[in-house]
Design a protein around this ligand. Structure first.
Ligand code: GRF
Length: 180
């Protein structure tokens, strides 16, 4: 069986969606940098064990990334997916791990944090989601797939972010499936 590693920091809706999609056909592993991440409970529901590597226990990005790389190397995943993994990574990870990331904007627009908020506030009519290779440049690796929607007039932020989330949940499994 192929091995899929999912890295996450938060609620883990993408994590859960990937687990549900691939649990029968792929060996799934998960790592989080936050001991309080909501996704930990979601993963447990499906019997997926989560390794916690708390970034606040490390004195530098390099020290954290070295520990993370050790954990990844011990799993030897065929593919690593960053799904809401809120860390700026050093080349210790970016040069050594074959990884993709889901980002809630039409890259190259709105790289970095608060991308949903920034794309909502931009007033852009066409907005969407990108899945891209992880490289040293934050949200800058080549785009593998994108999907978009046209916002409706007077769309609320809740409706807007719901559409983004829905697209993420459709697009990311498609890309994972293709790459695996
Ligand atoms: C997603 O919007 C992802 O694109 C962004 O962080 C969010 C994670 O959501 N990088 P979840 O934890 O998968 O629910």
């Amino acid at each position: 069986m192929k091995k899929l590693l999912i890295l996450f920091s938060g609620e883990g809706s993408n994590l859960e969606n990937l687990i549900r999609t691939f649990q029968e056909s792929v060996d799934i592993y998960a790592i989080t940098n936050r001991p309080d991440a909501g996704g930990i409970a979601r993963a447990k529901k499906y019997g997926v064990r989560v390794t916690v590597i708390d970034h606040t226990c490390f004195e530098s990005r390099e020290a954290f990334d070295t520990e993370l790389l050790k954990a990844i190397d011990s799993i030897k995943p065929d593919l690593t997916v960053m799904a809401g993994f809120m860390r700026i990574l050093t080349p210790i990870i970016t040069a050594n791990v074959r990884a993709i990331n889901v980002h809630p904007s039409l890259l190259p627009k709105y790289k970095g944090g608060k991308a949903i908020e920034r794309s909502f506030e931009s007033g852009d009519i066409e907005c969407g989601v990108s899945v891209h290779w992880v490289t040293e440049e934050l949200d800058g690796g080549s785009v593998i797939a994108q999907d978009s929607f046209l916002r409706s007039q007077d769309e609320s932020f809740e409706s807007f972010s719901g559409k983004i989330r829905k697209i993420e949940h459709q697009l990311l499994p498609k890309v994972v499936s293709k790459l695996l």
